[in-house]
Each structure stands twice: as C-alpha cells, then as structure tokens.
Design a protein around this ligand. Structure first.
Ligand code: NDX
Length: 256
C-alpha cells in the first residue's frame, strides 16, 4: 500500500517549480498558441472542439485526487488535511471539468497543447492529492489558525472572481460566434485578465491554507502560466480596439 515519501514530494514539487520557470521563459515574450493567440484561424485538423478539449484536459485534476481519496485504505480519519483541503482542490476541478466545458463558447483547442495540458493535470493532480492524503499533518486546531482561515477566504474569493469572470467572457458571444469583444463588468472594469487574476488568488489562497510546498509550487506555476497570458491578452486588446478603456490594467487592479 502507499505511504508518504517526503523525498518524492520534494522532487515532484521542485520539478513543478522548474516547469514554472520553463513556462515563464517560453511564454513571456510570445503567448501560448491557443484561443485569441492562435496564428492561423481555420486549420480544423489537429483540433478538438473546446468542449471536449477542456473536459479531457482538466478531468485528471479531478479524477486522480478523488480516486486517491476514495481508495485510501485504511481510510484516514484525521480531520483536515486529507479531506477538507483535498476536497477544495477537487471542488475547483469539478467546476473546471464538469461545468466550465459544458458552457464554453471557445474556439477549437490545439491537440498538441491538449496533450501537454492533460499530462500536466495528471502530474499536478497526483502531487496535490498524494501530499494531502498521505503526507500532510495538521494540528487539531488548524481550522482556527490564521493561515487556514485567511487562505480559505482567499481561495473562495478567488474562485468567485474566476467563475464570475468566466461567465462574463462567455456572455460576450452568442452560441456559434467566434469573434472577440471588449469584456465589461465585474473585475474586467479594472483588468484585462480578470479570470486569471481570480485563479491566481485562488491558488495562493490554497497554498496558504494548506501551508505546503506542493501547493506553493502550483500557485507559482499558475502565476507563471497565466500571468504572462493576461499581459498578452491586454496587448491584444490595446492593439485591436482603439476605444479600449485606458485605465484598465493587465492583471492586478490599479498596479500592473
Ligand atoms: N489549462 C492550466 N507548458 C491549461 C491549458 C494550456 O487549466 O506546453 C494550465 C489550465 C496548457 C496549460 C494548462 C499547461 C501548460 C501548457 C499549456 C499550453 C502550453 C503549455 C501545456 C493545463 C506547455 C510546458 C512547456 C510546461 C510543457 O475562442 P477563445 O477560446 O479565445 O474564447 C475564449 C473566451 N474569450 C472571449 N470571448 C469573447 N471576447 C473576448 N474578448 C474573449 N476573451 C476570451 O473566453 C474562451 O472560451 C474563454 C476564456 O478564454 P481565456 O483566454 O481568457 O482563458 P483560457 O486561457 O482559455 O483559460 C480558461 C480558464 C480560465 O479561468 C483560467 O483561469 C483557467 O482556465 N486556467 C487556464 C490555464 C491554466 C490554469 C488555469 C492554471 O494554471 N491554473
């Protein structure tokens, strides 16, 4: 049966940190090629409808930790680590796998990126789940610790912003439409990457609530992955729309 190998957690978290830096070096100057940053518009080969693509890509991040949790024997009964915190992670990916793809009006997604995205979700789903279920130990009063309470609050706030912003983006299009418009409302009033801002806040909240190396590595990866993408979206909007709101920032309200 499985047990905790701290060396494995350290190795996998370090690799995740290294991937984050690789990601940053690859996509700081040129955006990753999907959505509005894809070069050629109509090359139907090598793509999957957004709905299937996002479902398949994100599924492992839900399934792997959920299975680890369900299959753990003997079931671990210690209160927080293995259940509440792991369930928070699964909760986000339940949304991302079973709700978000179902409503998306996004363009078909490149198969090659889908493949790497899936690998990433297996890797990260395993790391976060394995750590929380087999390794994490929290004192009994962790749920009143300032790290847990403030982290949970940030997580929920970030998730709220992320889901609300996803919704606002979706409402910019009628079904079947593929054009880009200026996002309005919610946090989009202040930043071009409101959905990304929410997601980043969410995973830093999760990292603080779990106070764990794997979760901080993932929050850092998220920042390196979608931070630059928010900046590229911002540049795209400024270039495309002459009436784009001048005071709007790329990622962080009033700052950047
Ligand atoms: N999936 C995380 N790396 C990624 C997919 C890509 O969940 O090779 C990371 C995730 C993957 C990436 C994933 C991992 C690393 C990969 C990368 C590709 C290359 C990279 C594999 C797994 C890689 C190494 C080197 C390390 C191997 O037509 P459309 O699609 O543009 O329509 C869009 C629409 N929209 C608009 N509609 C009308 N008018 C406008 N102005 C519009 N602007 C946008 O809204 C979409 O349908 C929708 C959202 O678009 P967009 O571009 O704002 O968000 P998107 O990037 O598609 O993300 C969707 C959500 C969002 O909430 C975001 O926070 C979350 O997913 N996300 C995304 C990426 C990563 C991630 C979260 C995370 O790291 N936590």
């Amino acid at each position: 049966s499985m047990q905790c190998y701290p060396g494995l957690v350290l190795a996998l978290s370090s690799l995740l940190g290294a991937l984050a830096l690789l990601q940053l070096s690859l996509y700081l100057r040129v955006p990753s090629r999907y959505g509005k940053h894809e070069e050629r518009l109509c090359r139907p080969r090598g793509r999957l409808p957004a709905r299937c693509a996002w479902f398949l890509q994100e599924l492992p991040s839900f399934l792997v930790p959920a299975l680890l949790l369900a299959l753990r024997s003997p079931p671990r009964l210690e209160p927080l680590g293995c259940r509440l915190l792991c369930c928070l992670f699964c909760w986000h990916y339940f949304y991302r796998t079973f709700i978000y793809p179902f409503f998306t009006r996004g363009r078909p997604f490149p198969l090659q990126l889908l493949f790497f995205g899936m690998l990433f979700c297996i890797y990260n789903g395993f790391l976060q789940g394995y750590y929380l279920i087999y390794c994490a130990e929290y004192p009994n009063d962790w749920c009143t610790d300032i790290r847990f309470t403030s982290g949970l609050l940030l997580f929920l706030l970030g998730m709220g912003i992320n889901i609300h912003s996803d919704l606002l983006l979706r409402q910019l299009r009628k079904p079947g439409e593929v054009t880009y418009k200026i996002p309005q409302g919610g946090l989009f009033t202040y930043v071009s990457g409101a959905n990304y801002f929410g997601e980043i806040v969410e995973w830093f909240g999760f990292a603080i609530a779990t106070w764990s190396l794997p979760a901080f590595a993932f929050a850092f990866f998220t920042l390196c992955c979608i931070g630059p993408r928010a900046y590229h979206h911002h540049r795209y909007y400024l270039k495309t729309f002459t009436d784009y709101p001048k005071s709007r920032k790329a990622l962080i309200p009033f700052v950047f």
